[in-house]
Design a protein around this ligand. Structure first.
Ligand code: CP3
Length: 353
């Protein structure tokens, strides 16, 4: 790892391998956590969620704490990610939406007019007290394991709001973007304020890193990303800059956008599995990277998984810092034991002499 040899006493005080890698400091081992580590791959998750709708579980302090802890206890990952969903802050300000099993977020009245954009009010601390209480409880229970807070980025949230649900081609979203740029920027500005406030509240309650998910940004060309999206993602990341926590920025299919996503203000750029990690490191320059094992590899024989994981770890050594992760979320059908074995492999990995 190309870390700076000069460390300050403040740097030395940071012991978490995850936080050290995010900051470009040498960690004691390669840190690992998984996007969607909490969720349907775990039988204990399916058990606790029985009969409780997804969004309700996100607003129940006890459930958020328990579900967030489940993968930490089971796999021994180096970071927890707080159990929630990207649409939770929108629900909290009164947007009529639901998370439909097998589909994802569905918005009752898709947002396409200036009146509807104007009705998106700021997020207030009182809107999410059950969530900030959960963050505080988690920080106690995690006993030193860092908690990652997160939010959805303006483009990805706008896509759900404008389409009314998941979309393959983001047609209506782009129709608004190209056809009504003023309304588009007003919408993304509102979402950026809400997402930024949501992240701020999580960090103030004790989260020690944040991840901004722009899952669907890969649908954009670099030029359109720069014109229509990047300023708003920058605003979100900027809104927590003073809190001095590592900021991770991730999207799927974003090979052509990686340097831009870094420039939006990320300390760590998340990389999906389509881009070789070495290439990604070249694109993001002096920032840390996170990723990037194909989530479907977990269905392969253990030797194959571990051989590919070793390649990712080796490639990661060229980065300013490397946090091992999958290239996207854990698939629900994944055998949780394969994840535990992968964590053990990453932690004990020694390069061959
Ligand atoms: O462990 C973790 O990673 C934390 C939990 C988390 C969830 N959603 C829980 C969830 C996180 C970080 C998210 C973020 C999220 N939600 C994103 C960005 C990350 C990504 O995957 O790209 C996106 C795009 C969403 C929107 C969303 N919510 C989708 C596409 C789905 C899946 C729909 C389905 O049923 O297949 C959801 C629902 C959701 N969010 C579930 C979980 C555990 C499944 C709901 C259930 O268990 O019933």
């Amino acid at each position: 790892m190309t870390t700076d040899a000069r460390t300050t006493p403040l740097d030395d005080a940071i012991t978490s391998p995850f936080l050290r890698a995010c900051r470009g400091l040498e960690p004691s081992h390669t840190p690992v956590w998984f996007m969607r580590q909490a969720g349907r791959s775990l039988p204990e998750y399916l058990a606790i969620r029985e009969g409780v709708p997804m969004l309700e579980s996100c607003f129940r302090t006890d459930m958020v704490v328990e579900i967030t802890m489940q993968p930490v206890r089971r796999h021994g990952v180096d970071a927890a990610i707080f159990f929630s969903d990207i649409v939770v802050p929108l629900k909290a300000i009164g947007v009529d939406l639901d998370i439909v099993p097998g589909t994802g977020p569905v918005v009752a009245e898709p947002i396409r007019s200036a009146e509807q954009v104007g009705a998106l009010r700021d997020l207030e601390p009182d809107d999410v007290t059950s969530i900030t209480d959960a963050v505080r409880g988690l920080v106690q229970e995690l006993d030193g394991t860092p908690l990652i807070g997160f939010a959805g980025a303006p483009f990805t949230l706008a896509s759900y709001l404008v389409e009314g649900g998941p979309s393959r081609d983001h047609r209506r979203t782009k129709e608004l973007m190209y056809g009504s740029p003023d309304l588009w920027h007003a919408l993304l500005g509102r979402i950026a304020a809400i997402a930024g406030q949501f992240l701020r509240l999580q960090v103030e309650a004790g989260a020690s890193a944040i991840q901004l998910f722009d899952s669907w940004a890969g649908a954009l060309s670099p030029a359109d990303y720069d014109t229509y999206v990047r300023p708003h993602s920058t605003a979100v990341l900027e809104s927590v800059a003073d809190l001095d926590v590592p900021r991770i920025h991730f999207g799927v299919g974003t090979g052509e956008l990686l340097s831009r996503m870094g420039d939006a203000g990320a300390d760590v750029v998340g990389v999906d599995w389509r881009v070789p990690l070495a290439d990604a490191i070249g694109r993001v320059g002096p920032r840390a990277v996170q990723g990037n094992l194909d989530p479907t590899l977990l269905f392969a024989p253990t030797e194959v998984v571990h051989a590919r994981a070793a390649e990712v770890i080796e490639a990661g050594r060229a980065a300013r810092g490397h946090v091992f992760n999958l290239g996207h979320g854990v698939l629900p059908a994944t055998d949780p034991d394969a994840l535990t074995r992968l964590v053990d492999f990453v932690h004990s990995y020694e390069p061959e002499a």
